[in-house]
Design a binder for this molecule. Structure first.
Ligand SMILES: NC(=O)c1ccc[n+]([C@@H]2O[C@H](COP(=O)([O-])OP(=O)(O)OC[C@H]3O[C@@H](n4cnc5c(N)ncnc54)[C@H](OP(=O)(O)O)[C@@H]3O)[C@@H](O)[C@H]2O)c1
Length: 240
């Protein structure tokens, strides 16, 4: 049996201009894939494509806008795998329920959940029957924090979307990656001592490297018998 690779396959990473998505794009390239990235800022996409080098291309796409998403996938053409890592860190999800602003709370689903579905809808006509879709949620789905019940609920919606789609879109495979604390730009304003304090109790006592999390996406693309699963990459945070 040949060892699976991504050689000659096309991987589209929505959210691929930074953080976990950029690391997924790098890892897929290292596996021999051709990679297309998309995110809303044309400048970030251009900078990321330049950094990724040979085999990578990209275009701006705002997943809030279905027509924009449709145009992106029409231009991207046939694909083998879709990785969806776009997220916008909407702070409206935090705070007391007694003060909940429903419109702002609903908007918190716009990029991570509805954006993922817009991408899936328009990727699907071009997605190989042997292909895969990998979504992204976060460890707060399983380890709720005070003041953030919506984060847990939204993450659960993404995980169960993956399970539902694994049945609905079969034989295409659909999975999710659930990252823990991963050192991407979103933590730039956090002092290193605070990060060390937050992570010292983890079984792997440090923040995650995006490159480590990216391996989960690559496995879910290559692992042709895995579908409807959530792969947690959290240094063991879930265990404590
Ligand atoms: N880092 C962590 O500790 C951690 C932990 C748990 C879960 N996660 C989840 O993992 C995912 C990636 O996080 P990250 O840390 O890699 O964040 P990041 O570096 O901020 O990456 C987010 C990506 O989403 C894109 N994006 C945002 N809004 C978009 C829109 N409207 N349309 C298209 N693209 C959009 C961003 O690019 P543009 O700005 O160009 O749009 C960027 O490429 C998120 O869903 C996050 O919730 C992260």
């Amino acid at each position: 049996m040949p060892v699976p690779t991504l050689q000659g396959q096309k991987v589209v990473v929505i959210g691929g201009s930074s953080g976990i998505g950029l690391a997924v794009a790098q890892a897929a390239l290292a596996e021999g894939a051709q990679v297309v990235i998309g995110s809303s800022s044309p400048e970030k996409v251009d900078a990321a494509v330049a950094k990724l080098g040979d085999g990578a291309s990209g275009a701006a796409v705002n997943v809030r806008d279905e027509a924009n998403v449709q145009a992106f996938f029409e231009s991207a053409g046939p694909l083998d795998h879709l990785a969806y890592t776009a997220g916008d860190w909407d702070r409206a999800q935090t705070g007391a329920i007694a003060e909940l602003d429903f419109a702002a709370a609903a908007a918190g689903m716009e990029v991570r959940f509805w954006g993922a579905l817009r991408a899936i809808k328009h990727a699907l006509p071009r997605l190989s029957p042997k292909g895969s879709i990998t979504l992204t949620d976060g460890v707060r789905t399983h380890k709720p924090s005070k003041g953030m019940p919506l984060s847990s609920a939204f993450g659960a919606a993404i995980e169960h979307l993956a399970k539902g789609l694994a049945i609905d879109l079969a034989p295409r495979r659909v999975n999710a990656v659930c990252p823990g604390f991963v050192l991407t730009d979103i933590w730039n304003g956090t002092p290193p001592e605070r990060i060390a304090k937050l992570t010292e109790r983890f079984p792997v006592p440090q923040a995650g490297d995006p490159a480590d999390v990216a391996q989960a996406y690559v496995y879910l693309m290559k692992g042709g018998y895995t579908t409807g699963q959530v792969l947690v990459v959290d240094g063991g945070l879930m265990l404590i």
